[in-house]
Design a binder for this molecule. Structure first.
Ligand SMILES: Cc1cc2nc3c(=O)[nH]c(=O)nc-3n(C[C@H](O)[C@H](O)[C@H](O)COP(=O)(O)O)c2cc1C
Length: 166
């Protein structure tokens, strides 16, 4: 057990605490100046039914987000269990994130990853400042769902595949 009551939490401790909550991982991507741009994002959450909204939180330090923010359409791909290498590549700092990723762009400029369990084509609805991140609210314009594809699970900094409890 680890306990901390000082509200000035150490960043590493807070990251460890947040990592106790399992999440999926999305690829948040669009075409910018004729090339795919994007990042891995585990902060994806469904938000509203009417209008149909989801959100992703992006770090204020991100150099990718300001470039994505100018795109008229953005793709969110909910990654599959087998997409560990894709998630790592889309989080890399070397600038060649898409070289080994099997991606496709729509005519409107959203970029998706093949083999994902869900594709959401989105427009930016609102951006809300939130500490050292921004909450990007996204309106779903179209979706393609592959419900039989098992999703990736991100827990305590590791990628997992979903296992049934039976
Ligand atoms: C599994 C995983 C989840 C991530 N989730 C987020 C996220 O929700 N928000 C975010 O801003 N960055 C997230 N990142 C970091 C970005 O993918 C990427 O590394 C970062 O944007 C790189 O900085 P840059 O935008 O300046 O290139 C995540 C990275 C990994 C590996």
């Amino acid at each position: 057990m680890i306990r901390a009551s000082d509200s000035q939490f150490d960043g590493g401790l807070l990251r460890q605490a947040f990592g106790c909550f399992p999440s999926g991982v999305t690829a948040f991507c669009g075409m910018v100046d004729g090339a795919p741009e994007g990042m891995a994002a585990s902060s994806f959450t469904s938000v509203s039914m009417d209008p149909a909204l989801v959100s992703v939180c992006v770090a204020n330090t991100s150099s990718t987000w300001p470039r994505l923010a100018g795109a008229s359409r953005l793709g969110l791909s909910v990654l599959a269990g087998e997409h560990g290498a894709v998630a790592r590549s889309l989080a890399s700092k070397n600038g060649r994130r898409f070289d080994t990723v099997d991606w496709v762009a729509t005519d409107s400029g959203a970029v998706f990853v093949h083999g994902a369990t869900l594709w959401l084509e989105c427009s930016i609805y609102e951006v809300v400042e939130a500490g050292d991140h921004a909450i990007v609210l996204l309106k779903i314009e179209a979706l393609d769902m592959y419900p039989d594809v098992p999703p990736m699970v991100f827990h305590r900094s590791s990628f997992h595949e979903l296992a049934s409890s039976a």
